[in-house]
Write a new protein. Structure first.
Length: 72
């Protein structure tokens, strides 16, 4: 069974913030292997629609209480 992925707005912003953070520190690199990627991907599966809805890309050094609230 094939599922599509869908980034919710918060997850898309967090992903782009993480991408920018790493890109700033890796000037001139197009890709690099990261042995330890300190992020959790928070998602839910919508079986009827066959979608994996990604709601958050959460950096593990942040306060775990903010994992589902986005810092609120």
């Amino acid at each position: 069974m094939t599922y599509k992925s869908e980034f919710l707005p918060r997850a898309r912003k967090e992903l782009m913030d993480a991408w920018d953070w790493y890109a700033e520190r890796r000037k001139g690199f197009r890709e690099t292997k990261i042995n330890v990627f300190p992020y959790l991907i928070i998602y839910r599966i919508q079986k009827r629609k066959k979608i994996v809805a990604i709601s958050s890309i959460f950096h593990t050094s942040r306060n775990p209480k903010k994992k589902y609230t986005g810092g609120k």
